[in-house]
Design a protein around this ligand. Structure first.
Ligand SMILES: [Zn+2]
Length: 581
């Protein structure tokens, strides 16, 4: 029988995208399966669902070994290359960080691990390179053991799902952490696949009005699941009357997502998808906070279980000071064109995810593919980012809509502004803030301070302030050329002042002057900023540039922007950098 899964809210669509990835992966590995991507639905058959637990874990296992385990092996190979007396320290560090000894011991390699630790002691004592070579071989063979690789993969998959998606449920329960891959598949089959297959069969017999087959199917069914018990009960009550059976079935609460299957007392709460349940900031307006019951069927439970395959993992490297879990985000693009487009766009984001600015590249891609309707396309896109830590009940959930003005900014100006920023941290952070519609001033001031401190040139600051000013201008429907001109003039004026100070042997004053201006601008103190500038021009007997007067009387550009751009010019060596007007 064919089963259709229809597009819905973003978290559900994430599951559908995950399901397609899992199915495509199985197909690539030679499984004989068919599925159809309809306009707004995914269609699969019950035969495929019957094996889905295998496809599911194989997908995550292969993704892990391909992308993560390879890093452990690479690191070890690096270590192997330089065999000297210091290597032993590195090996100890490797074991400590990869937990190889612990994982191997849990998979039945206790004696090998013990031997390994003994050899380490020996090598540390006699610094013997031959023994060291033996040690290397022992570690290498452990790293090749299937059970060990499986342990790494499952530990990784489990913790990702546990923290960010489902918390403690089914195969994710703590007590099951040392179970094998096959055992995980079996638990998933029992909890998710088996009950769903029963629902699908019953639905099929009902559609065919075939009560005889339905009875013999249910009589043979040995399961103790809620739905099996209920169906058997309805059958008994129906006394072989299809209408009565249907009536009992309809008395159930139907799934609030698909409305196709009954829920059998199952509720969609935070344990089904914990980000929506425990997220402190954004989830409060979600509907299930107001409605206490949110019934869900076995099919939709399976769809949501695929959500971890629907996302791309995004390491926000610029948040280096944060705890590791706060840096790793799971991201998804939602749109409501059609399923194929939804899938393709998520594939494209996933491919770009290891770059510094995946969202930006994704946006630029759309802009290049479809010039005419690109702004419309962008406006219909929603980026969702989240992460969590189940134990401490902490989580983040962010939605990013690309407004019309952000779309226009990227289309018209990103190449001549943000693309020219050389510092990858600054660039990534700015793009993030732009998409989240947050103020860019804080980031720019922090980076400006760093530039002054490190004697770095201010070109990056110039392009950052220009981005900010253009975004604002587009938003306020101002004159974009005028704004571009002013930001440039402020920068150029700063550079001129620098040249003057250098010529008059006052180069050593530049950084203290820049600091003073930065500190007044940062707190929005126009008066002190202007006092400093005024004194500067009076002492130099140069004419006060018009840009400073305009700054306070015209509204299409703000004081902070001009201040930042002027200071950026002040710290920029002309020979070092050429700023494009
Ligand atoms: Zn459902």
């Amino acid at each position: 029988m064919q089963v259709r899964i229809y597009l819905n809210d973003w978290f559900y669509n994430m599951g559908i995208v995950g399901m397609i990835r899992i199915l495509e992966h199985a197909k690539r590995k030679g499984e004989d399966i068919t599925f159809v991507l309809g306009e707004d639905f995914l269609e699969i058959d019950d035969k495929t669902i019957n094996n889905f637990h295998n496809f599911y874990f194989d997908y995550f296992y292969d993704e892990y070994t391909k992308k993560e385990y390879i890093k452990i092996k690479d690191r070890f190979n690096q270590l192997k290359l330089k065999l000297d007396v210091d290597t032993i320290k590195e090996i100890e560090k490797f074991l400590l960080e990869t937990k190889l000894d612990d994982k191997a011991a849990k998979k039945g390699f206790e004696s090998e691990v013990k031997e390994l630790l003994d050899i380490i002691k020996k090598v540390k004592k006699n610094h013997d390179l031959n023994t060291l070579a033996i040690l290397i071989n022992k570690i290498e063979s452990l790293l090749k053991e299937n059970d060990v690789i499986e342990k790494y993969a499952l530990d990784n998959i489990r913790s990702m799902m546990y923290d960010n998606f489902f918390g403690q449920m089914s195969f994710l329960q703590k007590g099951l952490s040392n179970k094998s891959l096959d055992e995980h598949k079996q638990i998933m089959f029992k909890d998710f696949i088996k009950p769903l297959i029963v629902d699908i069969k019953v639905e099929e017999y009902l559609q065919n009005n075939d009560l005889n087959s339905l009875s013999s199917f249910l009589e043979k069914e040995q399961g103790k699941e809620e739905n099996v018990k209920a169906y058997k009960n309805y059958l008994k009550k129906s006394k072989k009357d299809m209408n009565i059976f249907n009536e009992s079935l309809c008395a159930n609460s139907y799934c609030s997502i698909c409305n196709i299957y009954p829920s059998f007392k199952e509720d969609f709460n935070e344990s089904r998808f914990l980000i929506l349940g425990v997220s402190n900031e954004n989830a409060s307006n979600f509907f299930w906070n107001f409605i206490t019951k949110y019934p869900i069927c076995n099919l939709c439970k399976l769809v949501i279980l695929c959500a971890p395959a629907g996302v791309a993992k995004f390491d926000k490297f610029y948040m280096e000071k944060e705890e590791w879990w706060k840096r790793n985000f799971y991201t998804f693009v939602n749109l409501d064109t059609n399923l194929e487009d939804l899938f393709k766009k998520n594939e494209s984001l996933k491919k770009k995810i290891s770059s510094d600015n995946p969202y930006k590249e994704f946006i630029v891609d759309i802009l290049e593919q479809a010039r005419e309707e690109s702004i419309w396309t962008l406006q219909n896109i929603l980026f969702v980012e989240f992460n969590g830590q189940y134990q401490s009940k902490k989580s983040n959930l962010k939605y990013m809509h690309i407004s019309k003005f952000i779309a226009k900014y990227f289309k018209t100006y990103s190449r001549e502004t943000i693309d020219r920023i050389k510092n990858r941290k600054l660039k990534a952070e700015l793009i993030d803030k732009i998409l989240q519609n947050e103020d860019l001033n804080k980031v720019i001031f922090i980076r400006l301070k760093e530039c002054i401190k490190n004697n770095a040139n201010g070109a990056d600051i110039y392009y950052s302030t220009l981005s900010k000013a253009l975004l604002n201008c587009i938003k306020m429907k101002g004159d974009e050329n005028k704004v571009k001109d002013k930001v440039y003039r402020a920068f150029f004026t700063g550079k001129e002042m620098r040249e003057y100070l250098k010529k008059n042997k006052s180069e050593n004053k530049i950084s203290s002057l820049a600091y003073r201006l930065l500190n007044t601008a940062k707190v929005g103190n126009k008066k002190d900023f202007m006092d400093t500038v005024l004194r500067l021009y009076i002492n130099s007997e140069m004419e006060m540039p018009r840009i400073f007067l305009e700054a306070f009387y015209e509204d299409n550009i703000d004081f902070e922007t001009l201040a930042q751009s002027f200071i950026a010019g002040l710290i920029t060596e002309t020979k070092e950098v050429e700023v494009h007007e």
